[in-house]
Write a protein that binds this ligand. Sequence first.
Ligand SMILES: [Zn+2]
Length: 297
Amino acid sequence: MPELPEVETTRRELERVIVGRRVVTAYVGKPKMIVEPGSLRLTDIVGARFQAIGRRAKYFIFSFDRPATLLVHLKLSGQLVVRRGDQTLAAGGHPVPRFDTPLPHRATHGRFDLDDGLTLWMTDIRQFGRFIILDRSDVDGYFADRRLGVEPLVSEFTVDALAQALAPHRMLPIKAALLDQTNVAGLGNIYVDEALFASRLHPLRAAASLTPTELATLHTEIRSVLSYAIQNGVAELPAGKVDPDSNFPRAHGRFSLPCLFCGTTMARIQVAGRSTDYCPTCQGQSSTGKNPHERVG
Ligand SMILES: [Zn+2]
């Protein structure tokens, strides 16, 4: 599933090629993928010029030179590709089918022809992706209704903000608390595993049980893992497993492989219904246990 780093890198690519372009046609083939909660319709962006592409959690926010605003969520399997003819100018999201696959094909559900000969395609093999049309003034309210938590890459995401988000969760595993978008917005399965591994935290530790030192470390590592992915390339897991020779991701997908820090065989458990890979040695004990690294030094 496209996670925050994938959405952010895609946002940057799209911004580079479509800001300033005008929408000539807007077509989404599956009515269930269009969400129009107010009076505006998808056709209201026809003729509009892209002014900016923003992001909130895993939503793209396409702003135009008119009030109609398009939000796009790729959910599990959506991808966005900008082409001029056969030439791909920008692409991102779920990597299946390959970004250079001829378009459209049977899983292509969105087509936006732009001026200057560009087309923005949306392909989604599972059709969970959504196109949401809103008035600009309703965007903040839309996100407020979704109770999205703090963005991990903005200045408001402080150690205190993380502590406040986790404090109510006395019984909930830290992994589950971090996956909950109302606590921290935009973290998905892969990057939560990476942040917990880098922080030496067991995924089943109770969210509210972290010490101030552990919270500070987790805060740093969440940002570090996301920034690494945005700058150096996002996590790739062909067939759900990492290439054993790759050094990223460092935990997720490495089940049954040696821990990159200590050589212990990485373990896999289910947390909140999601496959969770961790090192039983580096990431110590679960809910009531102390992290062994706290005792070192
Ligand atoms: Zn280890």
